[in-house]
Write a protein that binds this ligand. Structure first.
Ligand SMILES: Nc1ncnc2c1ncn2[C@@H]1O[C@H](COP(=O)(O)OP(=O)(O)OP(=O)(O)O)[C@@H](O)[C@H]1O
Ligand SMILES: O=C(O)c1ccc[n+]([C@@H]2O[C@H](COP(=O)([O-])O)[C@@H](O)[C@H]2O)c1
Length: 204
């Protein structure tokens, strides 16, 4: 039987409640069987402040383990070097040729999509699930619709919009709070907060 997968790619530096909530909403709205979280590897010139891939992967494992519909793959970490989503998706489609895939993205990523490596190839392989908050203001909505339509015309990209609540949380903000000695309670799962604290991640 065909399975419907969501791919949730990210640096997850660290994984937070925004990632988890958005994935669960999209899973339910699009009736997906499973969301695969795929943390990015460490690029050769490691992005400043990027925690080691194994630690980010472990935190993703901890964060998702109470959800039977969530799984994690280390395929981009094992591949090393810069991993392009098109390579990841092509590998998954080769392994599961009968299944359907959606690539989950937040609105912040939409304007950059066209610049992704071999985006035309990627767009042929799957649909994108774009998470937006309800009541999105009309000015930005116009820009978003224009971008979606243009990607469709230029690359035949299919983008399905899913309304989700907005958690104004980013990993950048979490890292900054840690550096400033501020609490990150309720921004990440409690076990993640403890793991970060015990290991002194993001302090420097
Ligand atoms: N608060 C959020 N709500 C919904 N989606 C989010 C949220 N934060 C990030 N995302 C989405 O999760 C995916 C992975 O994001 P990423 O790991 O880069 O998190 P981030 O918080 O944006 O990190 P950073 O601040 O380090 O750039 C992207 O598709 C991004 O749009
Ligand atoms: O393939 C690309 O060219 C590409 C360029 C930028 C981002 N991505 C993917 O988009 C996802 C979110 O990326 P980021 O940088 O916001 O964590 C993650 O899975 C990245 O691999 C992919």
């Amino acid at each position: 039987m065909t399975k419907r997968y969501g791919i949730m790619g990210g640096s997850f530096n660290p994984i937070h409640m925004g990632h988890l909530m958005m994935s669960e909403y999209v899973r339910v709205e699009l009736d997906l069987d499973e969301i695969i979280f795929i943390p990015t590897g460490n690029p050769p010139h490691k992005q400043k402040g990027l925690l080691d891939a194994r630690d980010r992967l472990d935190m993703v494992k901890m964060a998702i383990r109470d959800n039977p519909h969530f799984s994690v793959s280390d395929m981009e970490i094992r591949r090393r070097g810069i991993s392009y989503s098109v390579d990841t998706v092509q590998a998954l489609k080769k392994a599961y040729p009968q299944d359907e895939f959606y690539f989950l993205i937040g609105l912040d990523i939409l304007p950059d999509l066209r610049g992704w490596e071999r985006f035309d190839e990627l767009a042929k392989e799957l649909e994108f699930a774009l998470a937006i908050r309800p009541g999105f203001d009309s000015m930005n909505k116009e820009k978003m619709v224009w971008e979606i339509n243009t990607l469709k015309e230029q690359f035949q990209a299919e983008i399905v919009v899913v309304e989700t609540p907005l958690y104004e949380i980013s990993s950048t903000d979490i890292r900054r709070r840690i550096r400033e000695g501020k609490s990150i309670r309720y921004l990440v799962k409690e076990e993640i907060r403890q793991r970060i604290q015990e290991n002194g991640y993001y302090k420097g």
